[in-house]
Design a protein around this ligand. Sequence first.
Ligand SMILES: Nc1nc2c(ncn2[C@@H]2O[C@H](COP(=O)(O)OP(=O)(O)OP(=O)(O)O)[C@@H](O)[C@H]2O)c(=O)[nH]1
Ligand SMILES: [Mg+2]
Length: 682
Amino acid sequence: MCFIATAIAGAGGKIRNVVLLGHSHDGKTMLAEAMLFASGAVARMGSTDQATATTDFEPEEHKRKISITLGVAFAEHNGHKINIIDAPGFFDFAGQVISGLRAAEGAVVVVGPTAQLAVGTEVAWEFCNRTNKPRIVVVNKLDKENSDFYGAVAALRETLTPRPFPLHLPIGAEQEFRGIVDLLHLKAFVTAEDGKGSEVPIPDDMKQRVDEYRGQLIEAAAESDDSLLEKYLDAGTLSEEEIQRGLRQGILDGKVAPVVCCSATKLLGVRTLMATIAELMPPPEAELDKPVKAFVFSTGGDQFGRVSYFKVVAGTVKADAHLPNLSRGGEERLAQIFFPRGKEHVAASEVHAGDIAAATKLAHTLTGDTLGLKDGGPVAPIDFPGPAYSLAITPKARGDEEKISSGLARLSEEDPTLHVERSEETKQLVIAGLGDVHLDVTLERLKRKYGVDATTATPRVPLRETVHGHARAEGRHVKQSGGHGQYGICVIEVEPTARGEGFVWEDKIFGGSIPQNFRPSVQKGIIDTMAKGVVAGYPMVDVKVRLVDGKYHTVDSNDMAFQIAGSVAIRRGALDAGPVLLEPLVEATIHVPEKYLGDIMSDINGRRGKILGTEPTDGYQDVKAMVPESEMLRFALDLRSITQGRGSFTKKFSHYEEMPAHLAKGIIEEFQKQHEAAASAH
Ligand SMILES: Nc1nc2c(ncn2[C@@H]2O[C@H](COP(=O)(O)OP(=O)(O)OP(=O)(O)O)[C@@H](O)[C@H]2O)c(=O)[nH]1
Ligand SMILES: [Mg+2]
């Protein structure tokens, strides 16, 4: 195998990098396995059901029977090296899809064999459209009962552009599915019960259909090139070579998307799919003679530790190379480079431009980095979706705080869609990602790799306190029974300032009711209390405090007594001045198919949000809204259920605004109750 990998790798034109995309469970991982097995790259055919598939090797994947991280492997077909990147279909792992698309020149969109277009197919299509990826569609599972190739094709054609059309047709259906007719080469292949494949004449009962679909194919090929179209209009047909050339161009230009058929588990249509990939998918652009440059498109882990998957963009990467990291500085030593086949490492001595390989234990290189000699600088990094769903996380065992932070830091380095933040304000450690399953998987990895058990909770939203009206309040701290006494009394006036002014202090004492040297003590007591929260445990802002009067005692007054007096005064004053809470608002941009617009608008209303505007983009709508952050905590999950996964959103902090009184009242009363209980317990 090592021989094949290196022997073919020399020629960029013989490499095909494809990413398998589609709805979860439609059979991408099994199709990858089938290609590996059919080409002899693996000796036994693994399966996702048995947790033995080559490209799904993480325990978290086995437990859920879904792919979570990219699986990278390679197969050989007819002198071509096909690098297969198996992406997850589950929406929480869209970051992996984006990584995979960056490394591949083409996508293989795997769909189920029914007349129902799955959401994951639509989403995969969108991803391909956005990144201008040439694509082939595979209708998989055609061995299944009630499978319907023509129904599936019709469903695809109804909604998707570029319009899919059949390149292969199935011979037999359901249990009788046994082979395919290749409309381009006009050949038929069947596989017998014993697994032996052979070429056969096109079945008589399919001839009419074959003619009809081949006609469509030729038209599609002709339409992708003016000279071909002319020829087609003249002669009424095209040669095989011309059809092939036209199709290749049409696929590359995003005008056509050929559909092939297969059963991954029965190994039907798998070799013809590989032939189609080799024939019609574009080769990588390989700048062999340029200085070496490699782009790290994904980071994962296996039994040997961290694995960085890279695609060589220019030149040749040699084993043991020392390459500068053009994105973040420093130099990396690529001690071992290899061609990954799932978790297996096939050692490589060199990797040429266009090819995909991996390295272990890079010191500081992360996903999106470019390694190479300075020539034109780094490749553009990958744009990953921002966090949509967050949870506060705490270690179960005391003393694990350090471990949880370093473990999460490592995990977020490997997963660009995982964000970790310690909130100064709420004192919580918060993890954020694309959905609840993403964060569940993160917790499991934390336990498996770093031995930390953790619990999660809804994050606290950092509110602020302020006041509405004016009040005058006295704060006294007087204890003079025996020993050293305490004496401090202050009178303050409290009022709001303009939003954003913070804390304003005015010393309006005439005469010496409080001596000069104790006035800063009062101020400090007030500031400290405001920072901790006066009425509800959140920092108080935008308040003006005027010190107007007080009393002191020549012996018993001291700094501490006046600090405490200040603290008491602000607590009373704030309560009397009509405390209000400010809450953070976020500006959200919600991207949904047009048909959900009404549902989203009413959902946002239900979250106390304001719609700022809508903007149509290509059958989708971008809804801009201003919504309280506290109402957005579960939005990622709700948006998914409203749109079945078709919608996405981003949000960013905008500003603070007053919380409705009835909500604030509840929070303040709750805090006061706890505060009193704590005070009486002392
Ligand atoms: N009958 C039949 N079952 C299949 C075929 N291909 C896959 N399956 C089954 O479908 C299920 C899902 O297959 P996977 O390959 O894991 O699906 P996937 O697309 O990788 O799913 P995600 O990783 O979640 O996106 C498994 O139970 C497979 O055994 C097929 O050709 N025929
Ligand atoms: Mg999978």
